[in-house]
Design a protein around this ligand. Sequence first.
Ligand SMILES: Cc1ncc(COP(=O)(O)O)c(C=O)c1O
Length: 393
Amino acid sequence: MTSEATCPFRAWVEVDQGAIAHNARLLRQAVGPHVKLMAVVKANGYGHGAMITAKAAREGGAAAFAVASLAEAIALRRGGLQEPILVLGHLGQVEEAHTCLRWQLLPTISTLDQAQLFHGVASHWGTCLPIHINLDTGMGRLGAPWQEGVAMVQAIQKLDGLQVQGLYSHLATADAVNPTLMEQQQQRFDHVLAALTNQQPWPAPMPWRHLANSAATMVDPGLHYDMVRVGLALYGHAPAEHLDGVLPLRPAMAVRARVTLIKSVPAGTGISYGHMHHTERPSRLAVLAIGYGDGVPRLLSGRMGVLHGGQWLPQVGAITMDQIIIDATDHPQLHTGAVVTLLGRDGAASISPRQWSQACGTIPWEILCGFSSRLPRLITPCSKHHDDHLPMS
Ligand SMILES: Cc1ncc(COP(=O)(O)O)c(C=O)c1O
């Protein structure tokens, strides 16, 4: 934890690169030497910083990276990442195809029209562009309908401007306790793979087959194929309660804020916008310099707390854009300038993104992605001691 004296900020996100590298190593061990680890670093590395995450994941053994957009991919290339980068989002414009060639990025292909466009641009460059074909086996989002998968892959194989480097699908319910839908998606994926392998020998090199997200990677080695695409677990969180403890993951993020003001108010005082809360007793309130403008969901108003010295202090009243208020009546030791923990570990206690997401009806992914660029990211590098933070923004 950052010391109160050394950090000049009002609130910040701490990112432990060592934890990300550790998690990547664990995942590498879980999938074994013949399966590649693709680190999903979209949405600014789930809020941790895309380049920071990518470097740590690479140190832990990630061989490839996935992002959602070209802008995210280019930022990684500009940061010096040379490994394969798959763009998971749909690209359908000629300029986007040129950009893939220029920056050596792998597009996701869901339609034959799209494949023909990319083939045309690659032919114009006089080269062959590696692509990954996405099959919709039940996600209902991107990807070619799996029933058309064999015909589409075969048609794309005939386009000499494209090389099918990957064949993938995405699971809709891998984190559910009931595996029925996931098994159905896997059967559809297998059906396409088997049909393709049976009909003709695959021209070398064989494409990378990939299906598993974090949950699938953790539940069943049969879902690993040639590569797994892992996001949430890389950042140290199991995707569902029944997967807690499957791997000894280390959360990589902590969110901390400083107490900027302490005040004493009488019983019956209305607190914050709308007076959603009235003090029931003479109270000692502490104002923290963090709010929904930083990524603390307003829906958590009155449903969250913070840690100080390993103890829980409840938040009261509406969360505002830049400040939140906590009730420190039972914590006379809390002083102005003190640092409290909103997410992450403080001594023996900790608060997880899942606790937040359960309290406000969302998912941990959204909580992590939600921290805005207004919060500086303080990085603990892989090789450094835990207290040795480098400010990054
Ligand atoms: C296509 C695709 N693959 C893999 C992932 C990683 O999922 P998770 O964070 O559950 O590991 C995502 C995340 O949204 C995704 O969209």
